[in-house]
Design a protein around this ligand. Structure first.
Ligand code: NDP
Length: 246
């Protein structure tokens, strides 16, 4: 599964799942372009990738800002001429029970998680259509399928990604472009690091494979969906949750 000379854009690449995906593509010889909001964190990761002899670049960009996203994609296209693979990974949580959920908690999550996917996918679609080539992979969540008390905003954003992916897959299929989603279960990152031990133990009991997921579990399926081996898979949501939602 080598990605030599492939241009891969990863949003939310500075830590957690996005960082693991970026490093996995870099290891497979891709040219990885990192997107996030923190310039310093982006530079640090880009330097780390370059130090290991792989190619990498970075652009600070808020995925929720459509104008900013289009400008960033234009700059990438000017410099690299094409984008072969897009990984929509940036995401946030603002958990609260519905009755206590503020409008800004709702808006922040929908704007980052769902509108961010719309912004980046729309911006890369035109060049991918022209090139008759492209793979779009969006990180949804098992919560978008099962729902979760205290996460109505997050669940709505992730369910939205799944429906969005199916529609985009239908729109772009005639040019050989695929769009798929990944629905991780509980993966050990800073996002889930906020959970207390009692809740973590409770979650563990619901996972048949008996462990939380690792960022590499998600990086591996991303590599596969972006590869030639997955050319005939589109519009799908691949659940990677240790069997939690069987
Ligand atoms: P982290 O909080 O560890 O990382 C999130 C990344 O997204 C950071 O790089 C952050 O960078 C970036 N980001 C956040 N907001 C924006 C924005 N507006 N514009 C650009 N970048 C942004 O999260 P995880 O690695 O845990 O999660 C990654 C994805 O996987 C998310 O979409 C999440 O919903 C999903 N997921 C995670 C699960 C888990 O168990 N961890 C389970 C299921 C799904 P910065 O703050 O510097 O901008």
């Amino acid at each position: 599964m080598k990605f030599k000379n492939e241009i891969v854009v990863v949003t939310g690449a500075t830590r957690g799942i996005g960082k693991a995906i970026a490093m996995a593509f870099a290891k497979q010889d891709a040219e990885v372009i990192l997107i996030g909001r923190s310039q310093d964190a982006l530079k640090a990761l880009s330097d780390e990738i370059r130090a290991s002899g792989q190619a990498s670049d970075f652009f600070a960009c808020d995925v929720a800002n459509g104008e900013n996203v289009q400008k960033t994609v234009n700059i990438i296209l000017d410099k690299y001429k094409r984008i072969d693979i897009l990984i929509n990974n940036a995401g946030i949580t603002r958990d609260n029970l519905l009755l206590r959920m503020s409008e800004s908690d709702w808006d922040d999550v929908i704007n980052t998680n769902l509108k961010g996917v719309f912004n980046f996918t729309k911006a890369v679609s035109r060049p991918m259509l022209k090139a008759k080539k492209g793979k779009i992979i969006s990180i949804a969540s098992i919560i978008g399928i099962t729902g979760n008390a205290g996460q109505a905003n997050y669940a709505a954003s992730k369910a939205g990604i799944i429906g969005f992916t199916k529609s985009v897959a239908r729109e772009l299929a005639s040019r050989g472009i695929t769009a798929n989603a990944i629905a991780p279960g509980y993966i050990e990152t800073e996002m889930t690091g906020q959970l207390n031990e009692e809740l973590k133990d409770k979650i563990l009991k619901t996972i048949p494979l008996g462990r939380l997921g690792t960022v590499e579990d998600i990086a591996n399926i991303s590599l596969f969906l972006a590869s030639k081996e997955a050319d005939y898979i589109t519009g799908q949501t691949i659940v990677v949750d240790g069997g939690m939602a069987i």
